[in-house]
Design a protein around this ligand. Structure first.
Ligand code: DO4
Ligand code: MG
Length: 281
């Protein structure tokens, strides 16, 4: 099942997608729906289909959830670790260690709903960054005790030049206005049964011309999602309705650093298309 949010009667409203039509769940946000499914111990998809209006509408999805917290994992794909070790002039193997040798994955706080945008909304380029890049990632929506409620797409937009200058600057490269895009919908695990076999593509278009295109399959994700979640929840009571981004396997070259007006499009056929223009924030 595909769940998400739309603007309905002027309000953010949860919806179920069926054959391209959104069926609203009146007076309910995605957070309300998740909370209710946990309190009443009803499967999220089942509750959504019970509550959804019979009539559907052709409306564009907005951000599928306003997450309580967003966390992200890093160096979960060889491509990301190798790029960072090669480019960052940090201790040799610093990133490969996390990718390959260590039990403990990298995870960091990416922000709250305050820094998140949905489909079509501008993603941020920091005014003090010259090399900001999209990081296309599979993300999971988390329920109580780390239950995976569904999958969505995320853009962990990052100021790589700030990260590269010094690893201690990671939070400034990662967390700022409009640094995270989510959407277009959340696909529940009964529909998306294998998160490790997804073809993901990412393009950057500038003035209608594709200046970058990259692809990865999530089979290259080097860690199991449940392991990432298990580490995240260690000594850390992540609230229900949070999101975890699982890391990028697509790396953009410096010559394709995001510029204002660029459009970043991330696609996974089973989830949909997440497209955002870039703007200086
Ligand atoms: O340590 C840097 C962040 C890595 C990251 O965000 C990723 O691999 O996706
Ligand atoms: Mg990332």
């Amino acid at each position: 099942m595909k769940l998400g949010q739309i603007i309905w009667n002027g309000r953010i409203t949860a919806a179920v997608w069926n054959s391209g039509m959104a069926h609203p769940i009146p007076d309910t946000t995605m957070q309300d729906l998740i909370r209710r499914s946990e309190v009443e111990k009803i499967d999220l998809g089942e509750l959504a289909s019970r509550q959804a209006a019979k009539h559907g509408e052709h409306v564009e999805p907005v951000i599928p959830i306003h997450p309580r917290e967003v966390w992200a994992c890093g160096c979960t794909y060889e491509m990301s670790a190798a790029f960072r070790d090669a480019e960052h002039n940090t201790r040799e193997g610093f990133y490969a260690y996390v990718y390959d040798n260590a039990h403990r994955p990298e995870s960091f706080f990416k922000g709250t709903a305050r820094v998140c945008v949905g489909p079509g909304q501008p993603i941020g380029i920091r005014s003090d960054s010259k090399f900001t890049a999209p990081e296309p990632e599979l993300a999971v929506v988390l329920g109580t005790a780390g239950k995976v409620l569904g999958y969505t797409l995320a853009n962990d937009v990052s100021a790589w030049d700030i990260e590269k200058e010094n690893p201690l600057y990671l939070p400034q490269s990662k967390v700022y206005n409009a640094c995270c895009s989510l959407g277009p919908v959340i696909v529940t695990p009964d529909e998306l049964t294998n998160p490790y076999g997804l073809d993901m593509t990412c393009t950057i278009e500038r003035n209608g011309v594709t200046v970058f295109s990259g692809a990865v399959n999530t089979e290259k994700l080097h860690r199991k999602i449940e392991v990432l979640v298990e580490y995240l929840f260690r000594a850390n009571a992540i609230p229900t309705g949070s999101v975890l981004c699982t890391g990028t396997g697509i790396i953009v070259k410096e010559e394709n650093a995001l510029a204002p007006g660029d459009v970043v499009t991330i696609k996974v056929p089973q989830i949909g298309t997440l497209s955002n223009p870039a703007a200086v924030v």
